[in-house]
Design a protein. Structure first.
Length: 195
């Protein structure tokens, strides 16, 4: 299913949002189904756990559902939804920051023995060690493929700030993931072999 009106008779995102505001009980559900996978992935990459991602996504969709009437149609509906999800994730992370007591290693399941899964987990761990603001910028630009301008709009910050946060986040990730150059995965409890 496409995001626009690609299939004959299929409503565009903007048409669905307008129909929801006009009282169509099914329009918002259809809009959410259309973007659900991407939005969930974005929430999962931005938060600490699957539960946080699901809660943030639920908060975001409730906010979008209630605030649909204020959408100005000056951006794509998909971008608007992404921004709401990012903001909900950042709000949740800020609230949880003072209460976190579980080490990140305890949150993730025991990794599969394949190199691909270990690398993915290593990258996820490294992302979680970035400050929230840097993580949001890196995820949006480097993982979700948004441009600097789109990311600035999504996060509500100047483009220069996006560039700065991405640059600092990438440097930190390079430090944290330097072991991947050697093809060896390390974790805090399993140091890399001596080279």
């Amino acid at each position: 299913m496409g995001y626009g009106a690609g299939i004959q008779g299929e409503r565009s995102d903007a048409e669905l949002l307008a129909a929801h505001v006009a009282g169509d009980r099914h329009a918002f559900a259809e809009l959410f189904r259309r973007h659900q996978r991407q939005l969930h992935r974005l929430a999962r990459l931005t938060t600490h756990s699957r539960e946080d991602a699901e809660d943030a996504l639920q908060d975001a969709m409730l906010s979008a559902h209630r605030g649909a009437g204020s959408f100005r149609y000056d951006a794509a509906v998909g971008s608007w939804l992404h921004r709401i999800v990012v903001n909900a994730c950042l709000d949740r992370l800020r609230r949880a920051k003072a209460h976190r007591t579980t080490p990140l290693e305890d949150i993730y399941p025991v990794p599969d023995r394949t190199a691909q899964v270990e690398t993915a987990i290593g990258v996820q761990h490294a992302l979680m060690r970035l400050p929230v603001e840097q993580r949001a910028a890196v995820v949006a630009v480097d993982m979700q493929g948004y441009s600097i301008a789109e990311t600035a709009s999504l996060l509500g910050i100047p483009e220069g700030t996006v560039k700065s946060r991405c640059a600092r986040g990438r440097v930190r990730l390079a430090q944290l993931l330097g072991h991947l150059d050697a093809g060896v995965y390390t974790s805090p409890d399993r140091p890399a072999a001596q080279r």
